[in-house]
Design a protein around this ligand. Structure first.
Ligand SMILES: C[S@@+](CC[C@H](N)C(=O)[O-])C[C@H]1O[C@@H](n2cnc3c(N)ncnc32)[C@H](O)[C@@H]1O
Length: 212
C-alpha cells in the first residue's frame, strides 16, 4: 500500500467522523458485552475502536484496554469519554493503520466490532495478526455487518462478509482453537432517525485453548 493510499484511507475516516459531533451511538456493542461479560477481565485489544464506547464499557467492567483506530478525531473523542469517567488508568488509545501495523503483545480478549470499510482495509492480515495476539485461554471476537441496515442507502452493490468467508480467511488450527460462536445473528436496532429494524450481524467467537 503506498503512502498516498494510506493518507486517502485516513482522510476517508476523518471525513466520516467530521460529519457529526458523534457518529456512533455511544453504547457498547451488545455481542461484545454478552461475550466479555462472561469472561474474567484481563487485557483487551479493541481494533477499530472508533469513539470508544466499547473501551469505556470494558474499562468499567474491569478490563485494561488498548483501543486502536486510524482516525485521530475518533480517538480524541474516545479519550474524552474515558477522561470524563475517570478511566484513563485502564485505557490506552493508539492511532495506527491496522492494514500495515499491529500493536505489540498479547491480550486476553481481542475484539473487532464492525471493522469494515468502504475503502482499503486488509482484514485478512488484521485477523491473522489478531489471532496471534490472543493469549493462551484468551478469546477473539469478530462481529461484522452481515447485511446493510435499511437506512444505509448504499449507492452501489456492496458485498458483505460471510461467517464462512471470515473463518476461511483466519484458517485457525482446531487443535489450538475452539469455536464458541460462528453464525449470523439478529439484533434489534434503531436507525439514526429513530427507525426500528432487525439487523443481521455475523458473530464469530474463538477461544485459543489454554495449551494452544
Ligand atoms: C464501522 S467503524 C466501527 C467502529 C466501532 N468498532 C463500533 O463498533 O462502533 C470502523 C472503524 O474502523 C476504523 N478503521 C478503518 N480502517 C482502519 C485501519 N486501516 N486501521 C485502523 N482503524 C481503521 C475506522 O476509523 C472506524 O472507527
Amino acid at each position: 500500500m503506498s503512502t498516498y493510499d494510506e493518507q486517502d484511507v485516513k482522510a476517508h475516516w476523518e471525513a466520516r467522523y467530521g460529519e457529526r459531533e458523534r457518529v456512533f451511538s455511544g453504547r457498547v456493542n451488545p455481542w461484545l458485552a454478552e461475550v466479555a461479560g462472561s469472561l474474567s477481565p484481563g487485557r483487551a485489544l479493541d481494533l477499530g475502536c472508533g469513539e470508544g464506547a466499547d473501551a469505556v464499557w470494558l474499562a468499567e467492567n474491569g478490563w485494561h484496554v488498548v483501543g486502536v483506530d486510524i482516525s485521530e478525531t475518533a480517538l480524541q473523542r474516545a479519550a474524552e469519554e474515558v477522561a470524563e469517567r475517570d478511566l484513563c488508568d485502564r485505557t490506552d488509545f493508539v492511532q495506527m493503520n491496522l492494514s500495515k501495523d499491529f500493536p505489540e503483545g498479547t491480550f486476553d480478549l481481542v475484539s473487532a466490532q464492525f471493522l469494515q470499510s468502504m475503502v482499503q482495509l486488509d482484514r485478512e492480515r488484521i485477523f491473522a495478526a489478531s489471532a496471534r495476539a490472543v493469549a493462551p485461554g484468551g478469546v477473539l471476537i469478530i462481529v461484522d455487518h452481515g447485511a446493510a441496515p435499511p437506512w444505509a442507502n448504499l449507492t452501489h452493490d456492496h458485498e458483505f462478509p460471510t461467517v464462512e468467508g471470515v473463518l476461511a480467511q483466519i484458517d485457525l488450527d482446531p487443535v489450538q482453537w475452539e469455536t464458541l460462536r460462528a453464525a449470523p445473528v439478529e439484533r434489534n436496532a434503531v436507525g439514526p432517525d429513530g427507525q426500528q429494524a432487525v439487523l443481521i450481524d455475523n458473530l464469530i467467537v474463538l477461544r485459543r485453548r489454554a495449551d494452544g
